[in-house]
Design a protein around this ligand. Structure first.
Ligand code: FMN
Length: 123
C-alpha cells in the first residue's frame, strides 16, 4: 500500500522519476538490499542498489554500507529523482501499478475490488 500510494496525484513530494519507475517497471525491476545485515528490504533496482549488492556480495558490513543505505540516499531519490546516488523503496506490487490516479479514485478501485472478491468468495 505504501508503494501504491506514492504513485498518486496527491503524492506531490515524490519526484516524477520515482512515480514513473513505479508505473513503468515490473516486479522484476525491484531488488532486495540489506539482506546480509539481517534487515532485508525491497527497493527499485538501480545503479546504487547494484553497488550496495556488490558490497554485500564482497562481504562488506554495516560500516561499508551505512552511507549508501542511509535516509539521506533515500531522500535523494524521493525528492530529487537521483537515480545514481539515491534509491527508492518499492514492494513487488510495483508490477501491478499502471497509473497515477487520485487517492479518491484509488480508494474507489480498492473498494470495488474488495467487493468483487467478497462476492466471489460468498458464492
Ligand atoms: C514508503 C515506503 C517506505 C519504506 N521505508 C523503509 C525503511 O525506512 N526501511 C526499510 O528497511 N525498508 C523500508 N521500506 C521497504 C519495506 O521494508 C519492504 O521491503 C518493501 O516495501 C517491500 O515489501 P512489501 O511488498 O511488503 O511492501 C519502505 C517501503 C515503502 C513503500
Amino acid at each position: 500500500m505504501g508503494t501504491r500510494f506514492i504513485a498518486t496525484k496527491e503524492c506531490v513530494h515524490a519526484n516524477e522519476l520515482y512515480k514513473q519507475k513505479l508505473v513503468e517497471g515490473t516486479e522484476n525491476d525491484t531488488t532486495v538490499i540489506k539482506r546480509t545485515l539481517g534487515m532485508p528490504a525491497r527497493a527499485i533496482a538501480n545503479p546504487l542498489t547494484e553497488k550496495i549488492l556488490e558490497i554485500e556480495k564482497q562481504g562488506g558490513g554495516y560500516e561499508d554500507l551505512k552511507t549508501l543505505i542511509s535516509g539521506s540516499a533515500n531522500r535523494k531519490y524521493i525528492y530529487e529523482g537521483d537515480d545514481e546516488n539515491g534509491f527508492g523503496w518499492a514492494g513487488q506490487v510495483m508490477g501491478l501499478i499502471k497509473d497515477s490516479p487520485t487517492v479518491a479514485e484509488l480508494f474507489g478501485r480498492i473498494i470495488n475490488e474488495a467487493e468483487e472478491i467478497r462476492t466471489k468468495w460468498g458464492r
